[in-house]
Design a protein around this ligand. Structure first.
Ligand SMILES: [Zn+2]
Length: 542
């Protein structure tokens, strides 16, 4: 710890380090601000936007184009505009123009990133590390650059054949689709084709109708169903406290007890509905950590889960999309990590674990949302009360796995780009690197998706790389692989309702918080070192 903050250094070196850190935080703010401030728009006619639903046009700014006299609609590069167009616009040229426009934003960020990479390298040198990545990974589960590289390489090789097949299926659709219009078809999938043809493929193969599926997920049933599942799995009892006065009348307080010996465990708050000025995502926060007081008594934890599920009205139920259910289940997992943690010190309480491990426990719990036997306990049609049919769930699972090869290769691309950039062992001042080129080349090599002729610099809006994920992007896939191992090797074999498995999960995985290394936690729970076999099975390989 002392070494990592530079306590052992001469004052002049320490001052230099301080300067670098200050500059890095300025750069990071500038980078994110440039992305937020960017308000570029592009205009399309209704014809060019063919395929988009009517509500896409409602209330949208429009103007008459002086040149061709046509009415044009404003489209921004923000997600609620970008993704629908890339998924649904039938016109390939429309998708291409928007994608290129999006990838030509914030050019000034390339310089910012270059400076940051240089400064991160310098700071690592001062602290006595070979590279920035060596410094960052030292206190992560992964530990070394070589471990991350090995992890990514093994997965990449196994994913490539399945991705090649997916690409071929998408290309075949593209040939038919474009060929029918009499267009000249480039025999490759471009960045702007990817979401469009993946959607078509999904519809063709699985015909999943999200609106119909929602009818099984009335909000009250889902929330009470999830609370029951967690209580049963972890041997806990939740008791709602009447008239609790929190930060808003919607916030409800619960006491948590061990169901076996009735001992008290902690408190949590649930604040479930949207309102003005409220945080707009679902998340979990620790409000007070648990720890052992000097006199040996226990300070109990308090944690909160915040979501934005619409309230039902007297005439209309609030129906959730399946992915909202998954998100809520996931966040509730973090809540339980905070509640079930039994550490001596508050520093290691609950989710205070290695960053490349923190998501694994919650990612594991997401698996419950894809199991018919689980969903059927609470997912009942809001009109007929009929449980969700097993074949609907199977369809959902298959549709989820479609594109898994390409999508995971894309994650590997981000991870390896981040790692290459930060594992330089000589100064970029001495050996300059072309960040834009590195990004584009790696994307093509790893994810096999082409970015076209026009010059673009998508890397300038890669927020993670300046938002605290430097040398850490691999963590998404890393923790997912280990979460799959926990689920498939134990719960899936021993039974989702197996008391002993749930007990082990609570005590061996959630209990230690950050007081134990993530790797040791996994070994305790699995009885061996973790591997990627279950993950590959879960996405249909093997
Ligand atoms: Zn999470």
């Amino acid at each position: 710890m002392y070494k990592r903050v530079g306590m052992q250094l001469e004052k002049s070196e320490r001052d230099k380090l301080k300067e670098i850190k200050k500059r890095l935080s300025e750069l990071s703010i500038d980078f994110q601000e440039n992305i937020i401030k960017d308000d570029g728009v592009i205009w399309f006619s209704k014809n060019e936007l063919e395929g988009l639903p009517d509500d896409f046009f409602e209330g949208r700014t429009q103007k008459e184009d002086k040149e061709d006299g046509q009415v044009k609609y404003e489209v921004t590069t923000k997600y609620p505009d970008l993704f629908p167009v890339l998924r649904m616009a039938k016109n390939g040229e429309t998708r291409r123009r928007l994608q290129v426009f999006e990838a030509q934003r914030c050019k000034e960020n390339v310089k910012i990133l270059e400076e940051a990479v240089e400064l991160r390298f310098e700071a690592a040198k001062i602290l006595g590390y070979k590279s920035h990545a060596d410094f960052v990974l030292e206190n992560k589960m992964a530990k070394t650059v070589a471990n991350v590289e090995k992890f990514e390489k093994e997965l990449r090789e196994l994913l490539e054949p399945i991705a090649a097949k997916e690409l071929e299926d998408m290309l075949e659709l593209k040939r038919k689709d474009e060929g029918a219009k009499g267009a000249n078809v480039d025999d490759c999938i471009y960045v702007w084709d990817f979401r469009y043809y993946l959607r078509l493929l999904k519809e063709k193969l699985y015909n999943v109708d999200e609106e119909k599926i929602k009818e099984y997920f009335a909000m009250e049933n889902v929330v009470s169903g999830i609370l029951s599942i967690y209580q049963e799995m972890l041997g806990l009892k939740f008791i709602q406290v009447d008239n609790s006065s929190g930060w808003h009348k919607d916030a409800q307080l619960f006491e948590v007890y061990n169901s076996e010996d009735k001992s008290f465990v902690g408190h949590f708050w649930m604040d479930m509905h949207p309102r003005e000025g409220k945080y707009t995502h679902a998340a979990c926060w620790s409000l007070r950590p648990g720890f052992e007081r000097a006199d040996g008594s226990r300070q109990y934890p308090v944690s909160a889960i915040v979501a934005n599920l619409s309230k039902p009205t007297p005439t209309r139920p609030s129906l959730l999309k399946h992915d909202e259910l998954v998100t809520f289940f996931h966040e509730f997992g973090h809540l339980m990590h905070n509640i079930c943690s039994q550490t001596k010190w508050s520093r290691f309480h609950g989710v205070e674990v290695e960053r490349d491990f923190v998501e694994a426990p919650s990612q594991m719990l997401e698996n419950w949302c894809w199991e018919p036997e689980v969903l059927q306990t609470f997912a009942k049609h809001y009109e007929t009360n009929e449980p969700i049919p097993a074949e609907v769930v199977t369809k959902l699972v298959n549709a989820k796995n479609l594109g898994a090869g390409l999508l995971n290769l894309r994650q590997i691309f981000f991870g390896l780009f981040d790692l290459q950039l930060h594992s330089l062992t000589s100064s970029p001042k001495v050996n300059p690197i072309d960040i834009v080129k590195l990004y584009n080349d790696l994307r093509l090599q790893i994810s096999n998706v082409h970015s076209g002729e026009e010059e673009t610099w998508q890397v300038a809006t890669f927020g993670h790389i300046m938002g605290g994920y430097d040398s850490g992007y691999y963590g998404y896939l890393w923790s997912e692989v280990f979460s799959a191992d926990m689920f498939y090797s134990r719960f899936k074999v021993e039974g989702l309702k197996n008391k002993k498995t749930g007990y082990d999960y609570k005590n061996l995985v959630l209990g230690p918080g950050g007081s134990k290394d993530g790797m040791d936690i996994l070994i305790d729970f699995l009885g061996r070192e973790p591997n990627n076999v279950s993950f590959l099975k879960s996405i249909g390989i093997y």
